[in-house]
Design a protein around this ligand. Structure first.
Ligand code: SAH
Ligand code: SF4
Ligand code: F3S
Length: 453
C-alpha cells in the first residue's frame, strides 16, 4: 500500500516575528516529510500562527478556525494546530471554545513542533504554553523568499507598555548568542541571500540577558557590538534591524550605522504618541523631546536616512489637544512611513481596565486624520528621490505588471522598474527614479552592480 505524502498549510498573522517562526515551523514539518499545500483545503495539517495585538487580529483567527473545524467533521484525519500569540493568551480555553483543535502552542514552543506533533499523533490533545528556555533550532527554516531573510536576535520583551500584550504572550527577553546569529547569517550568505533583517520586539535590549560586562561597566553584547560582529559576513550585502525603542536607542548605535557600509540608512523607531502625558501613561520611558533628539542625531550622521515608526491614536483618556501633539510630531519629523492604529483594549493589560476609554467614533476619526497627514508627509519625503539614482535589491516580479520587477532602496522604499525577474532576482541594480508616489517609486535601470547569481 502506498500512502500519499502528508500535506501542510500554514497561515500566518501578525508581525515579522511570527513570519520568522512560521518559516522555522515549516522547515520542521518538511524535515518530518510533510509537503507544502498551497490550498489549505487540500492539506491534512493546518497550522494557524496567530496574532493578538489588537482585537480584530484575534477575531480573524476565530473565523478562519471555524471553517477548518467544520471540515474536520468530514475529514477526521485533519490535524489543526493553533500556534503563536492567541494560542499563548488563550491556552486551554481555546480547546474549550474550539474542541476540534488538536494542539495549542505558544511562540516559545515553535522550535519544539516535531516533539509536540508526535504527542498529537499518539492521540493526545496538546497544550504547550508554559514558559521555557528557547533552544537553538537545528532544522533549516523554509523561507518564503530567496533574497531577503529574517534572523531573530532576541525573543520576548521585558517592557511593560500599558497597552501591549506582547510581554504576556512572548515571555521574557532571551538573546541568541552572537556566534549563533553569525552562523545563521553565514549560511544565508552561502545560500545566496543578499539582505538580512535582525529581529527583536525591542532590539535595543539585545544582549542584556547575556553574561559579560566591559571594564566601563556596559554589557559586553549590545546591538551595536553585534552589528560590528556580523557586518562582514560574506554574501550579505545589506543589514537591517527592527524594532528600535526610543528609551534605549544610543548615539553609539547611530555611529555604527553611519560607519558600517552594509547597514542600511533606515530606522524603524515607534513613538506611539507625541504627547508626554500620554507617553507617561503608556509607560514608554521617554518624552517627545527625547524622540526628536534621536531623529536629529540620526539626521546629523545620515542626512538622507529614512525614518518609519508606529503610532497609536485614542489611547484611554487621550484628549483632542494630546492627539494634536501626535499630529504635530508627525508634521515636524516627516516620516517616510508610519504604521498607525486605533487603540484596542487587550486582555491582561493595565490600560484595558481604565475608565477613560474613548468611543470608536473618536478613535476612527483621529485615525483618519492622522492617516491623511501621514500620506501627505510620505509623498513629500518621496519627492527627494525624483531624478536620483538609487540602489535597488530586486526581490520579485511586480504582481500587477509582469514586465516590471520590484525591490527596495536602502531606505526601504518599494521601487518598480522594467526588467526580467529571471535575470534580475537577487541583484543590486542602480535605478534612476522617474516617478514618485507616497509609498513607492518607479524608475529605469542604469547598471547592475552585482552579478553573483
Ligand atoms: N515592540 C514594538 C512594537 C510591538 S507591537 C515597540 O515597542 O514599538 C506593534 C505595534 O502595534 C506597536 O508599535 C503599537 O503601535 C501597536 N499596538 C500594540 N498594542 C496595541 C493596542 N493595544 N492597540 C493598538 N495598537 C497597538
Ligand atoms: Fe509591547 Fe512595549 Fe514591548 Fe514593544 S516594547 S513589545 S510595545 S511592551
Ligand atoms: Fe502579534 Fe504576537 Fe507579533 S501579538 S504583533 S504576532 S508578537
Amino acid at each position: 500500500m502506498t500512502t500519499s505524502p502528508r500535506r501542510y498549510h500554514i497561515t500566518t498573522f501578525g508581525c515579522q516575528m511570527n513570519k520568522a517562526d512560521s518559516e522555522r515551523m515549516a522547515g520542521i514539518l518538511e524535515d518530518m516529510g510533510f509537503e507544502w499545500s498551497e490550498d489549505p483545503n487540500d492539506a491534512n495539517l493546518i497550522l494557524y500562527n496567530t496574532c493578538t495585538i489588537r482585537d480584530n487580529a484575534e477575531q480573524k483567527v476565530y473565523s478562519y478556525l471555524g471553517r477548518q473545524a467544520k471540515r474536520k467533521h468530514e475529514q477526521p484525519d485533519l490535524t489543526i494546530v493553533v500556534a503563536g500569540c492567541v494560542a499563548q493568551q488563550e491556552g486551554e480555553s481555546l480547546l474549550r471554545r474550539v474542541p476540534e483543535v488538536d494542539m495549542v502552542m505558544g511562540p516559545q514552543h515553535a522550535n519544539r513542533l516535531k516533539d509536540l506533533l508526535q504527542q498529537v499523533f499518539d492521540g493526545n490533545q496538546v497544550v504547550a504554553t508554559e514558559p521555557i528556555h528557547i533552544m537553538e533550532d537545528i532544522t533549516k527554516p523554509r523561507r518564503d523568499t530567496t533574497v531577503t531573510a529574517w534572523v531573530n536576535v532576541i525573543y520576548g520583551c521585558n517592557e511593560r507598555c500599558t497597552y501591549c500584550v506582547v510581554p504576556n504572550v512572548r515571555g521574557i527577553e532571551q538573546s541568541r548568542t552572537p556566534e549563533a546569529i553569525r552562523l545563521e547569517m553565514e549560511e544565508l550568505g552561502r545560500q545566496g541571500y543578499q539582505e538580512v533583517t535582525l529581529l527583536g520586539q525591542n532590539i535595543d535590549a539585545y544582549g542584556r540577558d547575556l553574561p559579560g560586562v566591559t571594564p566601563e561597566g556596559r554589557h559586553q553584547h549590545t546591538l551595536t557590538d553585534l552589528l560590528y560582529y556580523v557586518h562582514d559576513v560574506p554574501g550579505i550585502e545589506r543589514i537591517r534591524f527592527a524594532t528600535s525603542h526610543p528609551r534605549y536607542f544610543t548615539e553609539r548605535l547611530i555611529k555604527a550605522c553611519a560607519e558600517l557600509p552594509k547597514v542600511c540608512e533606515h530606522f524603524h523607531i515607534p513613538f506611539q504618541s507625541g504627547d508626554n502625558e500620554v507617553l507617561k501613561r503608556m509607560s514608554r520611558g521617554y518624552t517627545h523631546e527625547k524622540y526628536r533628539r534621536i531623529i536629529d542625531t540620526i539626521r546629523q550622521y545620515m542626512p538622507d536616512a529614512s525614518i518609519s515608526a508606529d503610532a497609536i491614536v485614542g489611547f484611554p483618556g487621550e484628549t483632542e489637544a494630546q492627539f494634536e501633539n501626535t499630529l504635530k510630531l508627525v508634521e515636524d519629523i516627516g516620516f517616510d512611513q508610519l504604521n498607525t492604529a486605533a487603540y484596542s483594549p487587550r486582555p491582561g493589560t493595565p490600560a484595558a481596565l481604565w475608565d477613560e476609554q474613548l468611543s470608536e467614533e473618536v478613535k476612527s476619526d483621529r485615525l483618519q486624520r492622522l492617516n491623511h497627514l501621514v500620506a501627505l508627509k510620505a509623498a513629500e519625503r518621496s519627492q527627494r528621490y525624483m531624478g536620483r539614482t538609487e540602489e535597488v535589491l530586486v526581490e520579485e516580479q511586480n504582481p500587477k505588471d509582469k514586465t516590471q520587477v520590484m525591490g527596495r532602496t536602502r531606505g526601504n522604499r518599494l521601487t518598480f522598474f522594467a526588467g526580467d525577474i529571471h535575470e534580475l532576482k537577487g541583484k543590486l541594480v542602480k535605478v534612476r527614479i522617474t516617478e514618485v508616489r507616497a509609498f513607492s517609486l518607479t524608475g529605469e535601470a542604469c547598471l547592475t552592480v552585482t552579478s553573483k547569481r
